[in-house]
Design a protein around this ligand. Structure first.
Ligand SMILES: Cc1ncc(COP(=O)(O)O)c(C=O)c1O
Length: 388
């Protein structure tokens, strides 16, 4: 019997049945009172997640607002940069993975970019960060947990450096929000970007940012794309609508996903994600797979996506390995660009049950065995089960 399809690639992630069902409901107009009511719930749900993602339950932002965007997270990344910095403004963008590289590319098209680079998966050189960010820096942009490498970057430390230099701090929290801690004020974050399709477990297509009052006061649409006019989004969000046509169906589904999170309680959800990531790490170590990110005193492993190096001979051509995974009706991902065959990326984002995490581990063990790499699957599952 073929087991149910299970997506363990790092986004989009599986969505719960009540979220799927919500998308089948009869459409309403995006300018109707019914939709305005839904939109208010959307904003409340986003506020709940953005402002309460702390393990001890303390509120993480004393001011600011959630701003839904009718595009994916890349829209949020670009909107944040272009509404805070103009063509003559310096943006320091940190790149140690695909999504950090995206911040560099966005800043390069629109502003004066000063990249800080490390090899993908490596930790940043903190001294270099201290030297590069100066009082001339308008914006510092950084990814919290880079889905392409599974590293957790030192947001708190970099936020402090940005603050000391009077720079705005824009953070890609895409693989974190809804699955791990995020302390907006304590980390001196001005804008954080979240995506529907990651740990928030909503369908892909829309996203949201949370911006502090400090950032909102500074938003200037002069150099922003017409569709990324954040002052317009701020104004219409307060009226429970969007500047242009709303993605009604996706918004409704997102609201249900956020209600699911509220029912679970964000603190429980964060703890669950941490345990599930730990289970994956321990199980993979038991299979002799080594973690790909090279962490230091400031960085860590992501709690939402686990990335390991693939052993030889899979690392010369990983297609049979990923085919074996797919034959078991599971998806997991290889690497981007030069990392294509070199790594395995496995998500634990969203609403996964312990059984689904264990199935992922078993699947990887079986796929390794199919490729001639002996692994003790039972022992890996045993360690994972004890952790969950
Ligand atoms: C960390 C991170 N940032 C940004 C993005 C971009 O998201 P999207 O493709 O939905 O715009 C992704 C997508 O995988 C991501 O993982």
């Amino acid at each position: 019997m073929v087991e149910e399809f299970l997506m363990l690639n790092p986004g989009p992630v599986p969505i719960s049945k009540n979220v799927r069902d919500e998308m089948a409901r009869t459409l309403v107009s995006h300018r109707s009172p019914e939709f305005a009511e839904t939109y208010q719930k959307f904003r409340d749900g986003l506020d709940y997640v953005f402002c309460n993602s702390t393990l001890d339950g303390t509120r993480s932002a004393k001011n600011g607002m959630s701003i839904p965007l009718m595009g994916t997270a890349t829209m949020g990344m670009e909107a944040a940069i272009t509404n805070l910095a103009g063509p003559r403004d310096e943006v320091v963008a940190l790149d140690n993975g695909k999504f950090g590289e995206r911040f560099v590319d966005i800043a390069n098209r629109n502003c004066l970019v000063k990249p800080i680079r490390a090899n993908w998966g490596d930790s940043f050189d903190m001294e270099l960060i201290k030297e590069t960010i100066t009082p001339n820096t308008r914006v510092v942009a950084m990814v919290h947990q880079d889905t392409s490498t599974g590293i957790m970057n030192p947001i708190k430390e970099v936020g402090q450096i940005a603050k000391e230099n009077g720079a705005f701090f824009v953070v890609d929290g895409v693989s974190c929000i809804g699955g791990d801690e995020f302390k907006i004020d304590e980390w001196n974050v001005d804008v954080v970007v979240a995506d529907a399709q990651k740990a928030l477990a909503a369908p892909p297509g829309i996203s949201a940012i949370f911006a502090t009052d400090n950032a909102i006061d500074a938003f200037d649409n002069t150099n922003a794309g017409y569709y990324q006019d954040l002052p317009a989004y701020v104004k219409t969000t307060k009226q429970n609508k969007t500047p242009f046509t709303s993605a009604v169906t996706l918004v409704r589904a997102f609201v249900v996903a956020l209600e699911n999170i509220r029912k679970e309680k964000i603190q429980n959800r964060i703890s669950r994600h941490r345990l599930q990531a730990q289970a994956n790490r321990l199980a993979f170590a038991e299979m002799d797979l080594s973690m790909f990110p090279r962490i230091d005193d400031y960085s860590n492993y992501s709690n939402t996506v686990t990335v390991v190096s693939l052993p030889d001979p899979i690392s010369s051509n990983s297609s049979d390995f990923f085919k074996s995974i797919k034959q078991r009706n599971v998806t997991a991902s290889g690497g981007h660009a030069h990392l294509k065959d070199l790594i395995l990326r496995m998500s634990n984002m969203g609403d996964l049950s312990p059984e689904q995490v264990l199935r992922g581990i078993r699947t990887i063990g079986e796929a390794l065995n199919d490729c001639g790499i002996e692994t003790d699957i039972d022992s890996a599952l045993d360690i994972a089960e004890k952790t969950l």
